[in-house]
Design a protein around this ligand. Structure first.
Ligand SMILES: *Cc1c(COP(=O)(O)O)cnc(C)c1O
Length: 347
């Protein structure tokens, strides 16, 4: 199994001293979404990042960030996380033999993600505060205590995440017209854009797509232009009020001719249900913000007919089962009885 570092070695800052490891990250499915695409009047694909080893795109950047931390002689790494960064950091730290500290907003991390950080052996520290505060603390601790920080302020994280854009182009043979991503700390959208620009400079694609960033209404600083001191949304992975990569992302989106848009929690959960029940693709709430955003663009007459659109389905739906079980879905319970079963099946 050639991992991401081997596969895209020539596009990465890898030296003879960089330790190479892989858990099989990358090469995720680009799923064609015919039913929803035809309703929207576009050629629609979902880049299913939930198929990564820890269930989110974070693995793409983490494998490179961790390799470079190990190469630099780090013994321990630290990160703040809304959940997926901690799961990924903990797994790759284990793989590279490094100690891992993760700072999480107390009570605001999906259960699947928290259990991942624990089982991979990270030291989990819950902060009574939001993600933005946890990141401030992680940055301070990193500079004062000599820990390698593996948040998206680490340039290798974003460098590794460019590979998502490369894979989309490698598979489609062209770049899409629209590239739609959920935006929290705004690293991934910046990484994709950089990846497209790099591929264009290499002559691999002719144009860079329009970058479209979707935020949750309760945490939409890049739409309103003001930071959110108390971000709130069901999509915990993008519950971020002050994105550290906000300026870069805003520049990338503007350069590409794209836009930012905000959607409600109801729209996000509806999009999640639709993606799963119509297309068989289960993604966590944050990952479904792009579909909610496309539906909104369609309603507002902003979605051109027939264009090629790729959404990044950033994380696996199984990470956050509680959001589904606390929804409206009813489970029908019967006795272990044939006639009762027959009755239900004939309804
Ligand atoms: C990290 C994450 C995001 C947000 O990505 P940013 O780079 O912080 O904008 C979106 N969805 C999921 C599932 C994530 O884990």
């Amino acid at each position: 199994m050639a991992g991401l570092l081997e596969r895209y070695r020539k596009y990465f800052p890898i030296t003879d001293d960089t330790p190479i490891e892989t858990l099989g990250e990358g090469e995720t499915p680009l799923v064609k979404l015919n039913k929803i695409g035809s309703e929207l009047g576009v050629e629609l694909y979902g880049k299913y990042e939930g198929a990564n080893p820890t269930g989110s795109f974070k693995d793409r950047g983490m494998v490179l960030a961790m390799a470079k931390a190990a190469e630099g002689g780090a013994k321990a790494v630290i990160c703040a996380s809304t959940g997926n960064t901690s799961a990924s950091a903990a797994a790759y730290a284990a793989r590279f033999g490094l100690k891992c500290y993760v700072l999480l907003p107390a009570g605001k991390v999906a259960l699947g993600k928290l259990s991942q950080a624990l089982v991979y052996g990270a030291k989990v520290i819950a902060i009574r505060g939001n993600f933005d505060r946890a990141l401030e603390l992680a940055r301070k601790a990193s500079s004062e205590m000599g820990l390698a920080i593996v948040n998206s302020v680490n340039p290798y994280r974003l460098w590794g995440q460019r590979s998502g854009a490369w894979e989309v182009c490698d598979e489609l043979g062209v770049s899409p017209d629209w590239m739609v991503l959920p935006v929290g700390n705004a690293g991934n959208i910046t990484a994709y854009w950089t990846g497209f620009v790099q591929y264009k400079n290499e002559g691999k694609i002719k144009k860079v797509p329009q970058m479209v960033g979707i935020q949750a209404q309760g945490a939409s600083p890049l739409v309103s232009g003001e930071s959110f001191p108390n971000p709130e949304t069901v999509a915990t992975a993008i519950r971020i009020g002050h994105p550290v990569n906000g300026k870069k992302a805003a520049w990338a989106v503007r350069m590409s001719g794209g836009f930012f848009s905000a959607v409600s929690d109801e729209e996000i959960l509806l999009a999640q249900k639709e993606l799963a029940s119509k297309e068989g693709v289960f993604a966590e709430p944050a990952s479904c913000a792009p579909l909610a955003g496309l539906k909104k663009a369609k309603r507002e007459g902003k979605l051109p007919e027939g264009i090629k659109v790729v959404m990044v389905l950033t994380g696996n739906g199984l990470k956050d089962p509680q959001v589904i079980l606390s929804g409206q879905e009813e489970i029908c319970e019967i006795d272990g009885d044939e006639s009762q079963l027959r009755e239900v099946l004939s309804q």
